[in-house]
Design a protein around this ligand. Structure first.
Ligand code: HEC
Length: 112
């Protein structure tokens, strides 16, 4: 009986944890999981520019597609004064297109 209860407990635990995985992931969790936070933080320059500064620079500009492309294929040149020319690495296909879009939307929304 005890063993059966334990098995039931484990099974329930599995159901609950898979439900948690299925729940919408938060952008910062995606960023963490994808490795972005090794070089970016919201408020401070790390290796790459602070995401708040990115959001400020492009406020009211239609750059969503451009930034999605940048995260997918990497590149440099837009933040040279901040990064001394360090490039942003390419993330496609390591990170899914859907997640890259979520990350860019998240960054652009910081200063909205
Ligand atoms: C190895 C360090 C590094 C990692 C990891 C990194 N970035 Fe960057 N990121 C940079 C650098 C450096 C720049 C500045 C590029 C430039 O000068 O154009 C940058 C720029 C950006 C920009 C602004 C692009 C532009 O053209 O203005 C966005 C948005 C961005 N990163 C998002 C991300 C996201 C999302 C991730 C994770 C999927 C990520 N970065 C991971 C270093 C990094």
């Amino acid at each position: 009986m005890k063993r059966q209860l334990m098995t039931l407990g484990i099974a329930l635990g599995l159901v609950v944890s898979s439900l948690t995985v299925m729940a919408e992931e938060k952008p910062l969790d995606i960023a963490k999981k994808s490795g972005c936070l090794a070089c970016h933080s919201i408020e401070k320059k790390v290796v790459g520019p602070a995401w708040r500064d990115v959001s400020k620079r492009y406020k009211d500009q239609d750059v969503r597609a451009q930034l999605i492309k940048k995260v997918k294929t990497g590149g440099k040149g837009n933040w040279t004064e901040v990064t001394k020319g360090v490039p942003m690495p390419p993330y496609s296909p390591r990170v899914t297109d859907a997640n890259i879009e979520k990350l860019v939307d998240f960054v652009l929304a910081i200063e909205k």
